[in-house]
Design a protein around this ligand. Structure first.
Ligand code: UDP
Ligand code: MG
Length: 248
């Protein structure tokens, strides 16, 4: 049903940032679930959808949502597909919230985990979801175990599940991250390199009911490995000095 009055929050508590690439069937159930769940928490919020060059009717649906829902919804529409990191970056830059929450559009992340992330964010700068019971294909789960292992070994890291999009950032964290394509897989490491504290919390995971995963081993393995070498290089070459004194 179409709602008539529209509230605009000036500075919401939470900015929910969701990249969209061909997710037309997920958009309505996702938005309805976010509305139902987030409105019970008592935090003001905005939802920022980034349409990353979808070829289906996602952008048309998202534009309708801006008028239809009595919520603070912002749609950023890319000219063409630029990848998930670019989408997160654009979302971070448009976000006005104290806390920035990233998640997937495919309903695999559960917004009911958000209070848990917020609680931990009282102690840490970045809280990352760690999917307990992955509801993905065997191939996807196995490749992710290997990828996390290799990533941790090569980048001297200890993150269990960097692929989980459900994360909560204190607003100052993304402002300090200079992002490059593919870097969304390294948010925890990049944040630590800037001196931020990072923790993982166990979260729910659900099967993807509508649409298809955009990643497979073939389209990910070489690029992700090169990205990993870049992060390792950045970590090793990070300027790490302390000034003893300045005399003038
Ligand atoms: N996505 C995007 N641009 C891309 C690829 C993916 O915005 O080039 C979005 C996609 O619509 C979803 C999220 O990023 O909301 C994660 O993608 P997906 O669920 O396909 O990845 P998986 O969870 O299978 O690794
Ligand atoms: Mg997904």
């Amino acid at each position: 049903m179409k709602e008539k009055t529209k509230r605009k929050f000036v500075n919401p508590d939470l900015s929910i940032i969701i990249p969209i690439y061909n997710e037309e069937e997920n958009l309505r159930p996702l938005t309805l679930e976010l509305k139902e769940v987030l409105e019970t928490y008592g935090h003001s919020f905005e939802i920022i959808f980034i349409n990353d060059g979808s070829k289906d009717s996602s952008i048309k649906i998202l534009k309708e949502f801006v008028k239809e829902f009595n919520m603070n919804i912002k749609v950023i529409n890319f000219e063409k597909n630029c990848g998930q990191t670019a989408a997160f970056d654009a979302g971070f830059k448009q976000a006005g919230g104290e806390v920035l929450i990233t998640m997937d559009a495919d309903m695999q992340n559960d917004p009911r985990d958000i209070p848990l992330l917020l609680k931990k964010l009282e102690e840490y700068d970045l809280v990352c979801g760690w999917r307990q019971k992955r509801e993905d294909s065997f191939i996807k789960k196995a490749s992710s175990i290997v990828a996390n292992w290799v990533r941790n070994k090569i980048s001297e890291e200890s993150i269990q599940d960097t692929g989980c999009s459900l994360k909560a950032f204190r607003k100052e964290v993304p402002r300090h991250l200079k992002l490059f394509s593919g870097m969304h897989r390294f948010f925890p490491t990049l944040a630590k390199m800037e001196g931020f504290s990072v923790v993982e919390v166990k979260v729910n995971h659900r099967p993807r009911i509508y649409g298809k995963s955009k990643y497979n081993i073939r389209n990910r393995i070489i690029k992700s490995f090169l990205d990993l070498l870049a992060v390792r290089w950045m970590k090793k070459r990070r300027l790490d000095y302390k000034i003893k004194e300045i005399v003038q």
